[in-house]
Ligand binder design. Structure first.
Ligand code: COA
Length: 199
């Protein structure tokens, strides 16, 4: 059975994963949601005004009332800057599988933060929440996302043509990846123990 635990604070070597707060909206807008370099790889387009981001942040904050909601803000330990977001979603009761997704502000790409955040969330999902399988997908024209998925141990299971259509009406072929809990636990016996603050 899935052990739903909401969105606990998770500490990694360089990052704090924590719940969003309403006051984060301006940073979310400035750091990634208004930036097409980031949003071109997502389904929804860039925000044009911070009030769109405020509404979205308020919706996320309201959903923390549910234990089944796992949506983290990614903060840099050294500076306290908010650099991105990561979530687990689409929990399926029948299979106990779910999916993951993530985005980082452009300024922080290619410094290993995406891999570090995804590793922590996958570890939490399997070891704490008892998820059976975690899947993720990336556009074929977004190889950095494929890289981080592979680095946490997910295996490519296929390519789905025109799996998504982005805000610019471009269809994208996506590679789908997944990892089973049993394989993760077998291959990560000595996985880094993250600091978890459960409520
Ligand atoms: C995907 C994303 C989260 C990656 O985060 P990140 O912190 O830059 O990732 P990391 O630094 O941990 O790893 C990136 C890897 O991709 C590699 N990479 C970057 N650009 C690449 C490219 N054009 N081709 C091939 N590899 C590339 C890097 O070299 C690195 O691999 P390495 O560690 O083996 O050198 C970030 O690029 C992002 O937010 N993109 C926009 C939103 C997005 O794509 N979300 C995912 C939707 S599926």
């Amino acid at each position: 059975m899935i052990n739903y635990s909401g969105t606990p604070k998770i500490e990694t070597d360089r990052l704090i994963l924590r719940k969003f707060e309403l006051t984060d909206a301006q940073s979310v807008f400035d750091h990634w949601l208004s930036d097409e370099r980031v949003t071109d790889n997502r389904i929804k387009g860039a925000h044009k005004t911070v009030s769109e981001t405020m509404k979205r942040t308020a919706k996320i904050v309201s959903e923390y009332a549910s234990k089944e909601f796992c949506y983290w803000a990614i903060e840099l330990k050294t500076s306290g800057e908010l650099i991105g977001e990561i979530d687990l979603y689409n929990f399926d009761i029948a299979t106990e599988n779910c999916e993951g997704s993530y985005s980082l502000g452009y300024k922080w790409w290619n410094q290993g933060y995406g891999t570090e955040a995804l590793r922590a969330v996958v570890e939490f999902g399997f070891r704490h929440m008892n998820i059976h399988k975690i899947s993720a997908a990336h556009n074929l024209d977004n190889p950095a996302s494929g890289k981080i998925i592979s680095k946490v141990g997910m295996e490519q299971e296929g390519i789905i043509r025109h799996m998504i259509r982005n805000a610019k009406s471009q269809y994208k072929d996506c590679a789908v990846y997944g990892i089973l809990q049993e394989d993760y636990l077998k291959n990560n016996v000595n996985a880094h123990t993250y600091i978890l603050k459960l409520e």
